[in-house]
Structures are given as C-alpha cells and as structure tokens.
Ligand binder design. Structure first.
Ligand code: C2E
Ligand code: CA
Ligand code: CA
Ligand code: CA
Length: 272
C-alpha cells in the first residue's frame, strides 16, 4: 500500500512538473517568437450575403514553431495575456495587418481587415499612437481597418473605453464587438458607445436550425442591430441551412467554414 501511494504521488508530481515545464518552455519560446519571425496572420473571408462576395476578412494569428508545427492561438494567447507578452504580440499583429492591407490595396483589392485586441491592449496608452503610425507608414486607408473587442472589455471601465473607442473612430478605424451575446453584460452600453459592428457568436449559429431559442436570439440581435444602425456579422457558419436562414432575415455578412477556413495571405488572395 505504501509503495502504491508513493507511485500515485510521483505520478501526480510528474504530471504537474510536465505541465508547468511545458508552460515555461512555451513562455520562453514565445518570448523569442516575434524576433525570430515565427508568427503569421491567416485571413478568413467574410462574405456579404446579398452579393455573395468577400467584403472583408478577419486576421487570425498562427505560430509556426520550428520542429513543432502550427500552433493555434487558443494555446498561446492565454499565456501571452498572463505574461504581458500580448502587448508586443498585439503590436506585431497591427503592424503585420497594416502591411497586408497595403499589399491588398496595391493589388487593387479594397476590402476591410479586422484584427483581434486583447483586453490588456486597450489599457496600453501607446496603442493608439502605434496604430496611427502604422497606418501612415504603410499608406493604408484607415477605413479598411477594424478592431474586434469582446463584450467583457466594454463593461470594465466605461469612461476609459468610451474615450479609447472615440479616439479609434477619430483615426477612421472601425470597431466590432466580438462573440456578441456571450458576455452576460447589460445591453445598455450599446447605444452609448461608438461601435460599428456586432459579431454574433458562433455558439448561436452552430445549432441555429434545431434550436428555437437560438433562432429567437439571432433574430433579436438582427432587429436590435438594425434599429441601432449597427452592421452584423454571423460567425461560425458551417452549413447551407444556416446561411439560408441568415440571408432570409437580412443578416448583412457571414463568416465560417462553409465559405473558407482561415488561410495564409497568398491563398486568401486567390479567393478574391
Ligand atoms: P475569435 O476571435 O472568436 O475567432 C474566430 C475563431 O473561430 C477562429 O479560431 C476561427 O478559425 C474559428 N472559426 C471560424 N469559422 C468557424 C466555423 O465555421 N466553425 C468553427 N468551429 N470555428 C470557426 P482561431 O483562429 O483558432 O482563433 C481562436 C481565438 O484566438 C480567436 O477567437 C481570438 O479570440 C483569439 N485570437 C486569434 N488571433 C488573435 C490575435 O491576433 N490577437 C488576439 N488577442 N487574439 C487572437
Ligand atoms: Ca474575432
Ligand atoms: Ca468571435
Ligand atoms: Ca472568441
């Protein structure tokens, strides 16, 4: 009994050690990843449902780790957020998105590109200046850049967020609320903040056809967006029936595997 008890302890401590070692390893590698040029932005098209054409794209970060392969953001963004590395990574994302936008402009493609912002970035006082600088150096039309923020960010400190978003607007950049409907927040902030788009979370779209309550939620969001004059993007559209429902109810735009997965820039250009 004593022996097996010891084994259990060893087993658990080894597990623990493995996971904290892995975290430390990941953190160390993450620190070098920017300098080593290991990040890449994949683009996922967003379609205008009335024309069927690609009207914009979301930039989603990928990490090409040597000897490991492609690492997805769910694995490293939370660590980057905890360690503060997200500030530097987030700046790289904006810089790279501006570069891709200017390349699209050069190719004669005027489509909007949206980037995701972590909550910590909104508190970074140098961010606005950084965005302005990169728009200018890349000679990008700022109306083609959009920032995606989750609902959670908006309710934290209303005055500060309001100021931040107003400054973003002054630059000509637009703002979308990401994962809309999942934030358990009050809706009263919506008409008070300078925002442009709502992105309906894919949890509502996923079971759209079988779930009456999800249909009701989506219809309510569409009606609310219309009366507040906000654009709407439905996320996670995977099957034709979901697209048909959204089109029928005049949802402006949609994004999801039905149209395309996020792909590298060159591949994205071929979709246009
Ligand atoms: P998100 O902003 O909600 O991005 C949408 C996620 O849904 C992406 O996962 C995308 O690949 C996935 N997706 C798109 N269409 C479908 C579909 O039809 N079905 C399903 N099941 N999934 C779909 P991804 O690229 O793995 O990104 C995960 C999350 O990581 C993002 O969620 C975002 O929160 C975060 N993230 C990605 N890039 C960045 C970034 O540059 N900065 C920050 N701060 N966060 C990022
Ligand atoms: Ca997003
Ligand atoms: Ca989302
Ligand atoms: Ca999300």
């Amino acid at each position: 009994a004593k022996q097996s008890g010891k084994n259990v302890v060893q087993f658990y401590s080894r597990e623990l050690k493995d996971s904290s070692l892995r975290r430390m390893e990941l953190e160390a590698a993450l620190r070098d990843a920017i300098e080593n040029g290991e990040f890449e932005l994949f683009l996922q098209p967003i379609l205008d449902l009335s024309t069927g054409k690609v009207s914009q794209a979301e930039a989603l970060i990928r990490w090409r780790r040597p000897d490991v392969g492609l690492v997805f953001p769910d694995e490293f963004i939370p660590i980057a957020e905890k360690t503060g590395l997200i500030i530097a990574i987030g700046k790289w994302v904006i810089q790279e998105a501006s570069r891709l936008l200017s390349q699209l402009h050069e190719n004669g493609q005027y489509i909007k590109l949206s980037v995701n912002l972590s909550p910590a970035q909104v508190s970074d006082r140098s961010l606005l200046h950084f965005i302005k600088e990169h728009i200018e150096t890349n000679e990008v039309d700022p109306t083609y850049l959009e920032l995606e923020l989750t609902e959670g960010v908006l309710v934290n400190d209303f005055e500060r967020i309001n100021h931040f978003l107003s400054e973003v607007r002054k630059l000509g950049v637009s703002v979308a609320i990401d994962d809309f409907g999942t934030g358990y927040s009050s809706l009263s902030y919506l008409p008070k903040l300078p925002i442009d788009f709502l992105k309906i979370d894919r949890s509502f779209i996923g079971e759209l056809i079988d779930s009456e309550s999800n249909k009701a939620i989506v219809l309510a969001i569409l009606a609310m967006a219309e009366s507040l004059k906000l654009g709407v993007i439905a996320e996670g559209v995977e099957v034709e029936s979901q697209k048909a429902f959204l089109s029928k109810h005049r949802c402006q735009s949609a994004q999801g595997y039905l149209f395309s997965r996020p792909v590298p820039f060159d591949e994205f250009c071929k979709l246009l």
